[in-house]
Design a protein around this ligand. Structure first.
Ligand SMILES: [Zn+2]
Length: 426
């Protein structure tokens, strides 16, 4: 048998590198492109934003790239907003285990976001400054969008089907009964401002401090029950893409989610952001800082977001989050399903134990690593392992992963079990 005959009988072997290359190229074809625009009008100058379109899961590997967008609406000064803008991304990323694949990375994001928000809050409070900030922080990896937020800067998603959905929850005491209950149960008082003659004015606030928000980063002059634990939602878009509008309350006090989405449909992101700000200004005037980011997640074969398909618009926005469609035929035949947004994760609890999970503490070269701040402690200093005997908190045993002394104190303070800051900062 000569060589020609052999090669005619068997398919030639493909080197592994070529196979991986093909896979990467295939994967690349499926990755959407990101285009964004930003616009803002300042009244007090306390809004900040973050745009990082060049992050890499694996440093040096462009195939592992992801983008981050954030809005930080400061109050009582600007230092908390600036601090969060500069430190939050790093604090979230260091809470993700090393050497894991993309799917695991996406799955560990919600928990890392909780750890990163709490760590950033602790670090800022240790500086002893009094300001605070809302944070709406968006991570886009391929078609998967993960949003973490505290406060009232919203992120909405305008889907290809023309259905608009809210990816954040407003942490305003006025509008959130569950949060009012939580704050009251942890020792805060919720009420309006009293003016002459006992007349109550303005929105519901938390006392002491008088903050209208129930969650934020910073705010050391307000009770610890104003927590930095974010609401987190993770969704996967269909490969028809979609548009995110992330903005401070200067926009949302003037425009509903639908109005904001409609005001800029069909326009490129940069122009869209300007138009949303203009529309808010037109309807309400400049009453507050107004900042808007528009982020388009664009199918690979398009240069701009394809026009919204409005042929079957219905008002049942919950429908698009109804798990994966029962009608599998329509799903597989129509790749560009107008209702193809799948909810992967949503959790908004303010209780740290419920957010960090109940994993047994991870040992790391003989040390225990704090699940919040990622600081290592030698085993003999640990006192909050989930089995309990090392630590006896006021009410019940901590059922979460290992926390260092500082983070354990923060956790207790947030739950109203400790006075908090004064203890933490010593
Ligand atoms: Zn810690």
């Amino acid at each position: 048998m000569n060589r020609t005959q052999v090669s005619g009988m068997r398919p030639p072997l493909v080197p592994l590198a070529t196979l991986i290359g093909r896979e990467l190229r295939n994967e690349k074809v499926e990755i959407p492109s990101i285009k964004y625009g930003q616009a803002a009008l300042a009244k007090k100058g306390e809004d900040y934003f973050l745009i990082r379109s060049d992050c890499e899961r694996i440093p040096g590997n462009p195939a592992s790239s992801f983008s981050v967008f954030g809005i930080f609406d400061g109050h009582n000064g600007i230092s908390a907003a600036i601090f969060a803008k500069e430190n939050l991304l790093h604090n979230v990323m260091t809470a993700i285990p090393q050497d894991i694949g993309r799917e695991e990375w996406l799955q560990s994001l919600p928990r890392a976001l909780v750890a990163g928000f709490v760590k950033t809050d602790i670090e800022f409070q240790q500086r002893g400054e009094t300001s605070g900030t809302t944070v709406t922080f968006v991570v886009i990896d391929g078609w998967t969008v993960t949003v973490a937020s505290v406060g009232d800067s919203r992120c909405i998603l305008d889907t290809h089907g023309g259905v608009v959905c809210l990816l954040t929850v407003d942490h305003r005491l006025e509008e959130n009964a569950e949060e009012r209950e939580r704050v009251t149960a942890s020792g805060g008082e919720v009420g309006r401002l009293n003016v002459y003659g006992g007349t109550q004015v303005g929105p519901l606030r938390c006392w002491p401090g008088g903050l209208c928000l129930s969650r934020s980063i910073g705010d050391m002059d307000v009770g610890e029950y104003i927590v930095p634990i974010p609401h987190v939602k993770q969704v996967k878009l269909s490969n028809a893409g979609g548009r995110l509008i992330i903005a401070s309350d200067g926009i949302w006090d003037a425009l509903s989610s639908e109005m904001a989405a409609k005001s800029c449909r069909g326009l490129p992101a940069e122009l869209a952001a300007k138009l949303v700000v203009k529309e808010a200004l037109r309807s309400r005037g400049l009453k507050d800082d107004t900042t808007c980011l528009v982020v388009d997640i664009i199918p690979p074969e398009y240069s701009v977001l394809p026009p919204t398909s409005m042929k079957k618009q219905n008002k049942l926005s919950s429908f698009i989050f109804g798990k994966v469609s029962q009608n599998s035929t329509s799903k597989s035949t129509s790749k560009r399903s107008s209702v193809g947004v799948v909810e992967l994760f949503e959790e908004g609890s303010a209780i740290l134990a419920e957010r960090l999970g109940k994993d047994f503490p991870r040992t790391y070269s003989g040390l225990f690593r704090c699940a919040v701040c990622q600081v290592d402690q030698p085993p003999n200093e640990r006192f909050s392992v989930n089995s309990g005997p090392f630590f006896t908190p006021p009410s019940k045993a901590w059922e979460g992963p290992f926390l260092c002394t500082n983070c354990q104190m923060k956790k207790d303070a947030m739950e109203g079990k400790r006075p908090g800051r004064r203890t933490v900062s010593t």
